[in-house]
Design a protein around this ligand. Structure first.
Ligand code: 5GP
Ligand code: ZN
Length: 137
């Protein structure tokens, strides 16, 4: 079996046949910005080799640990290694996987929707406390 799949978008990005904002590259993996970011920092880390899902990784293959290593390097470069980031994988349709080439999401920073929801929750808690306080008086 060939290591790359000509019909796979992430193989084509890894081979520089399709443009992407590449932020990291080594012999085994490529990191590039997600086309539809859900966080201020949203990078995808993919193996150069075409592996459809996490279920297709063999026990003696170190690719996933190498992806985690790359994520840490990218997080350091982007200045979020210490403040923190998420490193996650969706597996198969039920796990939310849309692109069937193994990839990890590296996400950091708060998006506006999360901030607005948090602000709304805090405001409603404070409002509830204020109302209680006023009723006591
Ligand atoms: P999944 O749901 O499979 O874990 O995530 C696939 C991710 O790939 C999505 O976040 C989607 O925005 C991203 N994506 C899909 N096609 C492209 C593409 O052509 N270029 C880039 N940079 N990201 C893509
Ligand atoms: Zn592929």
């Amino acid at each position: 079996m060939s290591d790359t799949n000509p019909d796979c978008i992430f193989c084509r990005i890894a081979n520089h046949e399709v443009p992407a904002e590449v932020v990291y590259e080594d012999d085994l993996v490529v990191g590039f910005k997600d086309a539809h970011p859900v966080a201020p920092i949203h990078v995808l880390i993919v193996p150069r080799k075409h592996i459809p899902t996490l279920n297709d990784v063999y026990a003696d293959d170190n690719i996933v640990s190498h992806m985690a290593f790359a994520a840490r390097k990218i997080a350091e470069d982007l200045g979020v290694a210490d403040t923190g980031y998420r490193f996650s994988m969706n597996v198969n349709r039920g796990g939310g996987q849309i692109v069937f080439h193994l990839h990890a999401h590296l996400m950091a920073g708060k998006n506006l929707v999360t901030l607005v929801i948090r602000l709304a929750v805090i405001t409603s808690i404070m409002w509830g406390k204020l109302v209680k306080l006023l009723r006591k008086k």
